[in-house]
Write a protein that binds this ligand. Structure first.
Ligand code: FE2
Length: 250
């Protein structure tokens, strides 16, 4: 099992979440979407870990700004979508949609060629927020890192894609198991709360969701993680079954 540590970056401005993942079996440590360096380095020091890899979900600066300095400091290698190679700073390993990879001290390869690691993830292309946005799904750990595609109670803006593409992207997330926990790229829970509350008529599920999120945020914790099953009951964008219904949300 992976240890997952959430790190709040650009606090009070963009409220990004970066995630430090440590795999005891292979001994590797990775960060997903290093938004800025200082909070990540501080957390690594607290955990007494050295960084081996950086995984990016998409090219936006608030997800990749840490890449080059962390590479230089730790000798970490950068992993991202091969199709977006020109926009991901310092990319070392390009990954492809639909492939499942394993990562260890010696590098990246297809999962069936890597035996001594629990750092196993599937790459899923969810182009819509940007072209080339991917998510990282760790089936053994029942965790998915959704970047700026799926947030708590809302979805990412359509910077480079269409409503149709976002519907397709979310259909891929909907197809994952219900008990998978999702880890978004920003803390936007209460940005989407009002719309979600009205959409579901303020039912018990949404009330429970919001009180749980509020309680955790008050304690200085992230609102999540919630499972995809919980999210489907409360996020209008995941609840919309048809493209027609989905369009009405924009
Ligand atoms: Fe973004």
């Amino acid at each position: 099992m992976l240890e997952i540590h959430t790190v709040l970056c650009r606090a009070g401005q963009m409220d990004n979440y970066s995630y430090i993942l440590h795999d005891k079996k292979s001994g590797i440590t990775a960060v997903i979407d290093p938004s800025e360096n200082a909070p990540i380095i501080k957390k690594l020091q607290e955990l007494k870990l050295r960084l081996d890899y950086i995984l990016n979900t998409h090219h936006h600066f608030d997800h990749t700004d840490g890449n080059l300095e962390l590479k230089e400091l730790f000798g970490a290698k950068v992993i991202g979508n091969q199709k977006d190679a020109s926009r991901i700073p310092g990319l070392d390993f390009g990954v492809e949609d639909g492939q499942t990879y394993g990562l260890d001290k010696t590098g990246l390869d297809l999962a069936d060629k890597k035996k001594d690691t629990d750092f196993i993830f599937k790459v899923i292309d969810v182009s819509a927020h940007t072209q080339g946005h991917v998510l990282y799904y760790f089936p053994q750990d029942k965790a998915v890192f959704t970047g700026d595609t799926l947030f708590n109670l809302c979805v990412g803006g359509l910077f480079e894609g269409t409503i149709e593409q976002m519907f397709t992207a979310l259909s891929k997330i909907r197809a994952l198991p219900e008990d998978v926990r999702f880890y978004p790229g920003h803390e936007y829970t209460f940005g989407g709360a009002h719309e979600a509350y009205n959409y579901f008529g303020g039912n018990e599920d949404i009330q429970d969701y919001l009180s749980q999120a509020q309680m955790r945020l008050k304690q200085g914790l992230p609102a999540g993680p919630f499972t995809l099953g919980e999210e489907k009951k409360c996020n209008p964008y995941l609840a919309a079954d048809s493209l027609e219904e989905f369009r009405k949300l924009f």
